[in-house]
Design a protein. Structure first.
Length: 144
């Protein structure tokens, strides 16, 4: 469709796979229930992530599955898209390391911006990879 930038939120599964999912739970966006962090990737991929959504022309997205970070990065490479990858909060030891590792493997360091409302998450990312572009999200910017 010609977009040059896409924003998506990332969550970590029980078996340490990074997936695109807005909420900490699958309740609102899939036909399942429960926390993403309590599900394996196989369990998560068994859910329908499109059943609750329609396109502007009324097309159903039924049967869509939540993509993995690797799938997202591959799409970004082939479509020449830059991703704004939002991390809601630290999801435990290794999440930021896994994210940076995936970006390195995919050769996507220059096609990703890591964004978060959590300054500590961004500090962790910068400690792991100082050259990675980050962005702090806030509703009310602090005066300092």
């Amino acid at each position: 469709m010609g977009a040059k930038f896409i924003e998506t939120d990332l969550q970590l599964t029980r078996d340490a796979k990074i997936v695109a999912m807005h909420d900490e739970t699958v309740d609102r966006t899939t036909n399942g229930r429960g926390r993403v962090s309590k599900m394996s990737l196989v369990e998560l991929r068994g859910l329908d992530a499109g059943i609750k959504f329609l396109s502007v022309d009324g097309k159903s997205y039924k049967g869509e599955r939540a993509p993995t970070l690797d799938e997202i990065l591959e799409f970004g490479r082939t479509a020449e898209v830059t991703f704004y990858l939002e991390l809601k909060e630290s999801q435990g030891w290794g999440f930021e390391q896994s994210l940076v590792g995936a970006l390195r493997r995919a050769g996507a360091m220059n096609r990703a911006v890591i964004i978060s409302f959590d300054a500590e998450v961004l500090a962790n990312v910068k400690r792991i990879e100082p050259e990675l572009t980050t962005g702090f999200l806030c509703e009310n910017p602090p005066r300092n």
